[in-house]
Every structure is written in C-alpha cells, then in structure tokens.
Write a protein that binds this ligand. Sequence first.
Ligand code: KE4
Length: 429
Amino acid sequence: MFDRSQQLFEASQRVIPGGVNSPVRAFRAVGGTPVFFREGQGAWLVDEDGNRYVDYVGSWGPMILGHAHPEVLAEVAAAAARGLSFGAPTRLELEMAELLTRALPSVEQVRLVSSGTEAVMSALRLARGFTGRSLIVKFEGCYHGHSDFLLVKAGSGALTFGNPTSAGVPAELTSRTLVLDYNDPQQVEDAFARYGREIAAVVLEPVAGNMNFVRPSQAFVETLRRLCTRDGAVLIFDEVMTGFRVGPAGAQGVFGVSPDLTTLGKVIGGGMPVGAFGGRHDIMACLAPVGPVYQAGTLSGNPVAVTAGLATLRRVLAPGFFDALSATTAALVAGLAKEAGKAGVPFSATSLGGMFGLFFRAAPPASFSEVMACDKEAFNRFFHAMLRRGVYLAPSAYEAGFVSAAHGAAELEATFAAAREAFAEARAA
Ligand code: KE4
C-alpha cells in the first residue's frame, strides 16, 4: 500500500535530515512512514502509490479552496508568464495591502514577507523597537514559527522566564521571554502587575491550533487587551493559522477584540510563500525605510505568490463562503462524534470556521494541560486506521485539522464510513 512512499522516504533520509523539509511531516508523532504525495485535486490527495485520500491537512491551512483550483492556477500561470520576480514594487503588492487593510480594520498598514515565521519574528522586533522594551510574553502550547526567542518552554513554575526548547538557542535569547498558561486571566494579571511596564509585546494564537485546537475564553482575550492598553505593551494576534480560516476577519473578527499588530500567512498565499504583518500606523511607521526598525526580504511580495494569494482571498471573501465552509466543518465534527458515540469511544470534536480539533477525551480541552491529558495513543491508532481507509488527518495529536470549500457530501460520507470502522477497531483494541 505504501511501497513507493517507503522507497522515497529511505532515499530522502540519506540526503535530507529526517527525510523531510519540516519536522512534523516525518510522522514521528504518530509512527510509521510519511506518505509522499504526487498530486492534489480539490479535497483529494493522491500518493506515489496511487492511493487516494480525503485531505484534512490542506498543507497545514493554505489550501482553503482545495488543491489545484483551476481559476487560481490560471491566474498563477499568467503571472509567471510575465516574470517570476523583480525585487521592485508591483501593482499586485498594492492590491494585496489594500485587500488586507480593508478586511482587517485593525491593520492600517501591512508589510509582506515569505513565511509565518518571518512575519512573527518581524512583528516582535517591531514591537520591541516601538516600545524600547525587551520582554515578550507567549503562552505554553502556542507556536509562532521557529525564531530563536520563541523556541521556549515555560520555566519551572509560572512567572519565570523561558528555557530554550531547541538546541542552538542560547539561554540569553529566551531569557526575556515569559511563558504563561493559555486561558488563565489571573496569571496574566499577575505577570502585568509584576512586569507590566517592561513588556514589549504579548503574542497570542487567538485560537490555539498548535496544541490541537483550543479556543480562548472571551475573558482571557479581553484581559490581554485591557492590560496591554493599560501598560503600553503591544498586543499581537498571531493569525497565521486563523487568518481567513476561522472567518472573513480572522479570530479578531470572531472575538471582537482588536490587536495592535496581526501576523498572517498560509491562506494569504493560497499555497505559495506569503506571510504578512501589520497593524497600527504609529507602530508600522517605525519600520525601515521610514523608521529605525530594520526588516527586509528578497522575495517579499513576490508577484507570482501574491497572485496566488489574491486569487484565493477574493474567493474566500465572497459572500457566503464562510457560512458554507463553517457548515461543512461543523457537519464533519458532528458526524465523527456521532460515530464515536455509537462505538462507545471517549471522543469529542469542535470547530470554528474551516478549522477543527479532534480529541480522545470526553470534552474538548480548554488548556494545555487538558490537551496533554488526551489519549495520544488512541489518536495515533485512529490516525493510521483512517489513513489505511483513505482519510489523511494531521499526523499529530497536537495539530488542528482543516476543511476546504471543495469538501462536500461525498467527502464527508467517505470520512464517516472510514471512521465507523476505525472507531470499531479502536473499541476492539
Ligand atoms: P511558517 O513559518 O511555517 O509559514 O509559519 C509559522 C507559524 C506561525 N504561527 C502559527 C500560528 C503557525 O501555526 C505557524 C506554522 N504552523 C505549522 C503547523 N502547525 C506549520 C507546519 C510546519 O511546521 O511544517
């Protein structure tokens, strides 16, 4: 069933560390051999062995219209035929900046980059330059790309500075990063009482999609907004995953809280390398060449990548798009919960817009510790049982899932049929 993937994986491991260009793709969390894909069409992927799958990873979020959308491909091909990159301003970057500032009222100006990591790294440097402060606050279980000072885990006990989670990151680089518990307003109050005037920025995943799927409480988000305003800290919503995924105005539109800066990625590139950061005009004015905070990029605003992003966003922002996507995603999680219930397997699922979380526990988790208490082994068995039956879920119990506009009744029925057998298998185990 996976012969070609196994052969390609063995060869790849000889010349690429772990055989992959991003660690989560290596299946280390779920075990087994990563699947090598040959092509994607709509909601479906085909691997090198010819196996077909309903895809719920969508390249970790970008493929919200489905794979190989014919109109997007046509626009990308036409853009490529006019030249791949100029390293000079183009009309397309203006069109993207105007679209983003119209869609997100908190974003008064925006700068394009080539990845989510670059967007968050740049936004945090900008916040430190704007405030003249150095302390950064993040939350355990949230991932904001692989910048040195963000590869940090909570120190021993709350209100202690982070320790590096990665080799190669000197302790002094994480010594100004404070790691708090997600969804704990009291801890935020305590941190601001102690460090408020030293905090340059708080960076938040406004729906945590890197510890599976955890929604913030309204009180948590509003506490962050109130305290950042009170003490002059920059509130950054990292919407790389939630931007144009949970709704037409991102998570800030869902929760009705405006950050000072927003970071974006994934959907805004439609599968091509585009990231962005933007927000309050007075903060963005600190960026080179206008202000003293340096930031740059050879392929920032690349015309072909921006074309893919614009073609995607125009369709995502069309009337009714999110109503339909949210309904499909809600039907998916309801159907899976129903199948699990029939099999008597402890399971819960939840969704927001086109993003969802699956949990082998009775109710969706509301904190990092509750996520860690989920039955990871049960998820891993479920993952492989679904994979063998042609359903591709994120290869980790700690990742969110994604639905596209190309997912319909046929894909849901195929998924429920596979889940019926997978849950029965889990029950037997
Ligand atoms: P990239 O540098 O991978 O484009 O974006 C980093 C990033 C920043 N912020 C958030 C909220 C993110 O989710 C990400 C990247 N997400 C992971 C999936 N959990 C990308 C997949 C991967 O690392 O291969």
